[in-house]
Design a protein around this ligand. Sequence first.
Ligand code: CMX
Length: 146
Amino acid sequence: MNNDDLFICIDHVGLAVPNLDEAIKFHTEVMGWRLLHRETNEEQGVEEAMIGTGDQLPESAQIQLLAPLNENSTIAKFLAKNGPGMQQLCYRVADIDAVCATLRERGVRLLYPEPKTGTGGARINFAHPKDTGGVLLELTQPVAGH
Ligand code: CMX
């Protein structure tokens, strides 16, 4: 895969938060962003919300608020170790299978053998932070139109 075809843009930055309602309130009422989407993802162990600068995706910049669903959640572990804060950076891609294959060829470990389901039904995978300079890097191929 050519380097020019790998990534489209930064899709979102993910913040680990202890309480989703309180985080939404802060980001909408104090920071003035809008709540674009909210869902529970049992497989990822998160209650999540997308907030953005507008409702015209994909132009809107987005922040993903991630709260733990239970004590076994990746986010619960992150919060216990680091406290609230930036947990991930997410790149949008057009073809996640091709991007994962290319990154694997280049020596980057992907967490899942096959993409899983993320926000709004997107196909997602993660590059291990130890292979990306200390940043948990999510790759997302959104459902068309979402
Ligand atoms: N960002 C940067 N580094 C991280 C990290 C993060 N979010 N999470 C863990 N690390 C680092 C730790 O600092 C640690 O480094 P040291 O060994 O130098 O201390 C190392 O990775 C191992 O950390 P750990 O606490 O033992 O964490 P685990 O190995 O248990 O889990 C990871 C790390 C990346 C495998 C796990 O967080 C994961 O599976 N993430 C992907 C799934 C996810 O994040 N789901 C929630 C979001 C869902 C969504 O976005 O839709």
